[in-house]
Design a protein around this ligand. Structure first.
Ligand code: ATP
Length: 239
């Protein structure tokens, strides 16, 4: 067994054109963990995920995946290596059926013996199976989130980058989505979970990074973060 992390982000700066968003950002994730990146609106969470996935290129620093430097790979190449990004918006193709959404993921993702077939994914997500022929746009927000996660499984993802999976969902659906994330992790999939909702992080994550103005300002287990009133108050607005 190697002690090397699955993913390591080392001293990364990144942003949009002249606008620098991430400063000297470092984080690491071990195989099998759920790690959260939590912070306020505009703190740089989505930018971090985009940079890891290869949608944005870091201006300085390095990103390694399974020990290989992936800093300059685009999102097609990182997907082939087993990364999947589930964005906050437009997670699925609304005009395609549920089944077609899964079939597309099968072609675009990693070639991986562990990936689910479309049939297995539909068996796993019963809500989706019942609606396999329906357009993606006909699904509820929670079902769309499930379909997006199912796409990552079909695509053979080993590391799923989840951008605010509970955003905008009714409270009873939030729990369903959290159960799915926990289930995903039990299948051996590593998760980087971006959230504004610290309660979701505390319940699901092994470790948490707090991001503020593009910088990591805290790292700790859920037990440690839950007990740290100063961090909760100062960076997450929870008193
Ligand atoms: P949110 O919860 O709102 O998604 P976030 O923590 O994910 O917040 P980011 O989306 O990473 O934050 O945004 C960080 C900063 O980068 C913000 O100041 C935002 O205005 C800026 N930003 C985001 N996207 C772009 C873009 N395409 N061009 C220029 N600036 C951007």
């Amino acid at each position: 067994m190697s002690a090397e992390p699955l993913l390591a982000v080392e001293d990364v700066d990144a942003g949009y054109g002249e606008t620098q968003v991430l400063s000297d950002l470092s984080l690491s994730i071990d195989d099998g963990e759920i790690v959260s990146l939590v912070g306020r609106n505009g703190a740089g969470k989505t930018t971090t995920l985009r940079t890891i996935m290869g949608i944005l290129e870091p201006t300085t620093g390095r990103i390694t995946y399974r020990g290989d430097d992936v800093s300059r790979l685009d999102a097609t190449k990182t997907a082939e290596r087993g990364l999947a990004f589930v964005p906050e918006e437009r997670r699925i193709f609304p005009e395609l059926s549920v089944k077609e959404n899964l079939e597309i993921a099968e072609y675009g993702g990693a070639t991986d013996a562990d990936s689910l077939s479309v049939g297995e994914a539909l068996d796993t997500f019963e809500n989706l199976k019942a609606r396999a022929g329906n357009a993606g746009s006909s699904l509820s927000g929670g079902e769309q989130q499930m379909l997006a996660i199912a796409r990552a499984l079909v695509g053979g993802a080993d590391l799923v980058l989840l951008d605010e999976p509970t955003e905008g969902l009714a409270p009873y659906i939030v729990q369903d989505v959290m159960d799915i994330v926990a289930d995903l992790n039990e299948r051996g999939i590593t998760v980087l979970l971006v959230e504004q909702n610290v309660h979701v992080c505390l319940e699901l994550a092994d470790r948490n990074y707090v991001i503020n103005q593009g910088e990591i300002v805290y790292e700790g287990s859920s037990t440690e973060l839950e007990a740290n009133e100063e961090v909760l108050d100062r960076y997450l607005g929870i008193t």
